[in-house]
Design a protein around this ligand. Structure first.
Ligand code: SAM
Ligand code: SF4
Length: 475
């Protein structure tokens, strides 16, 4: 093939998949693939899939049905379209996808997508001979060493906030979770490679980076001194990079919060005061059955230490309802802990049995009971979120302006607490951190007016002590 070819990548699931999708596109760019934002007319379609819950995996199969039709229509026009399935469903189901979905040409796992140029070339040739490819190996080479970097223009076009994968895989084996099987053992990238990537992003105009990993605070990458660095130490180093005003990290496990991470929250103005720290359940019995390796009291101790280090810290979490064996009393313990802690927001899910995980064979909670509990938990979480947002009314928050809003002349940005904030400001101000006085609280965003120019970085010291700590307010 010659000339530019169109590539459509669709990401399902977590931020790690969003990051991987960008890197797939970057790696195919030197092969002449240009990204397009619609599947119609694409020469190569990649579905970058998620396997964490059954619903997420089902989405992939329904999307594949749509892509098969596009492929057939293209064939009538004499155009050949390749369809690739990447990500965690690819890893978990491999050959099964090839069997179930005849339109798929290529299945590639999360650890081997750096081979895409070669695999796509093979699929394009081999398809004529009727062969289809599955590559779900965990190769010995580090995929990051083989991935191409995007141009400055491409990086900037993706926005002023960017993700960087610093850690992958997980060794925790929570009994409900597929990650250790689909993403493999815990691996950390070396410090110098992360710093090079973060510096490249900053040079291109990125103002905020989120360091991501399935278990990000278990980070133990090799530092320039040859020793294993903690996430706290890495955050200090990233904060030194010129141009980067904001740093975040996700997702953390409560057992891996160490002194260096708490110190980073105390010392680094660039580290946003917002921590996603999943608890999953408020009942010790269920936490043990989940193999979470900590109790509710351990979690509360971590929260206390974090809040002591940074008074304006806001928290979010993940919860699973209807885990096998969960009683009404266990469930109430979860609602209680939500009320005690005072989250700024949280994700909650019905337990979804995943093939091959220990909990899938345990005694299951009926579906209607899960749905009813989810409804109650979400009501409690929504009350917390509303109280947190309401406490922002009349305050001045630093907002990183990241894109135009829906209305003409409007820009949308993010507060330190990841709340979307809408203001009227010219498009030229995208990328700036501005002080915004919050005048109105909407259901999904906050609205405000420009206060005055803010210094790039975290909220001002006065703001830090003024932010709400919901538990203290008994919200
Ligand atoms: N590593 C993170 C941690 O330990 O908290 C979580 C990573 S996982 C990709 C994101 C969230 O999905 C989990 O925190 C959990 O709440 C949810 N999850 C994972 N497996 C699930 C399952 N089988 N059913 C329902 N929710 C699940
Ligand atoms: Fe899954 Fe997170 Fe548990 Fe690892 S720590 S097994 S990623 S839920």
């Amino acid at each position: 093939m010659s000339g530019p070819r169109k590539l459509f990548v669709k990401s399902f699931g977590c931020q790690m998949n969003v990051y991987d999708s960008h890197r797939m596109a970057d790696t195919l760019a030197p092969e002449g693939f240009v990204e397009t934002d619609a599947p119609e007319g694409a020469d190569l379609v990649i579905l970058n899939t998620c396997h964490i819950r059954e619903k997420a995996a089902e989405k992939m199969y329904s999307e594949l049905g749509r892509m098969r039709k596009l492929k057939q229509e293209a064939a009538h026009e004499g155009r050949k379209v390749l369809i690739a399935v990447a990500g965690c469903v690819a890893q978990a189901e491999g050959q099964e996808i090839i069997r179930r979905a005849p339109a798929v040409d290529l299945v590639v796992g999360p650890q081997s997508y750096h081979r895409l140029p070669h695999l796509v070339a093979r699929a394009a040739g081999e398809r004529a001979a009727g062969e289809r490819i599955v590559d779900t190996e965990f190769p010995v080479e580090d995929k990051f060493d083989f991935l191409a970097s995007p141009s400055r223009e491409k990086t900037r076009a993706r926005g002023v906030s960017a993700f960087i994968t610093v850690q992958e895989g997980c060794d925790k084996f929570c009994t409900f979770c597929v990650v250790p099987y689909t993403r493999g053992a815990q691996v950390s990238r070396p410090v110098d490679k992360i710093i090079a990537e973060a510096s490249r992003l900053a040079d291109a105009g990125v103002r905020e980076v989120t360091l991501i990993g399935q278990n990000v605070n278990a980070y133990h990458g090799e530092g320039p001194d040859g020793r294993a660095w903690t996430l706290g130490r890495l955050l200090h180093r990233v904060a030194d990079i010129d141009g980067l005003a904001r740093i975040r990290y996700t997702t953390s496990h409560p057992c891996d919060v160490d002194d260096s991470l708490i110190a980073a929250h105390r010392d680094l103005a660039e580290l946003m005061p917002y921590l996603h720290l999943p608890l999953q359940s408020g009942a010790d019995r269920i936490l043990a059955a989940m193999n979470r390796r900590h109790t509710r009291a351990d979690y509360l101790r971590v929260v206390d230490r974090m809040r002591a280090a940074r008074a304006d810290l806001a928290l979010s979490s993940d919860f699973i309802v209807g885990f096998p064996g969960e009683t009404e009393q266990d469930f109430r313990a979860t609602v209680d802990v939500v009320e005690d802690i005072g989250y700024a927001g949280a994700f909650s899910f019905k337990y979804s049995p995943r093939p091959g995980t220990p909990a899938a064979t345990m005694r299951q909670v009926p579906e209607e009971m899960k749905a009813e509990r989810l409804h109650r938990l979400q009501a409690a979480i929504n009350r917390q979120r509303a109280a947190f947002n309401a406490a922002c009314q009349g305050r001045t928050l630093d907002v990183l302006l990241d894109k135009p809003g829906k209305r003409a002349g409007q820009l949308v940005g993010r507060s330190p607490y990841l709340q979307p904030v809408q203001i009227m400001a010219p498009a030229s101000r995208v990328g700036e951190i501005v002080a915004v006085r919050i005048t109105e609280i909407g259901s999904n965003s906050l609205f405000g007016t420009l206060a005055s120019a803010a210094t790039p970085g975290a909220p001002a010291a006065a703001e830090r002590s003024a932010m709400p700590v919901l538990a203290a307010q008994g919200a």
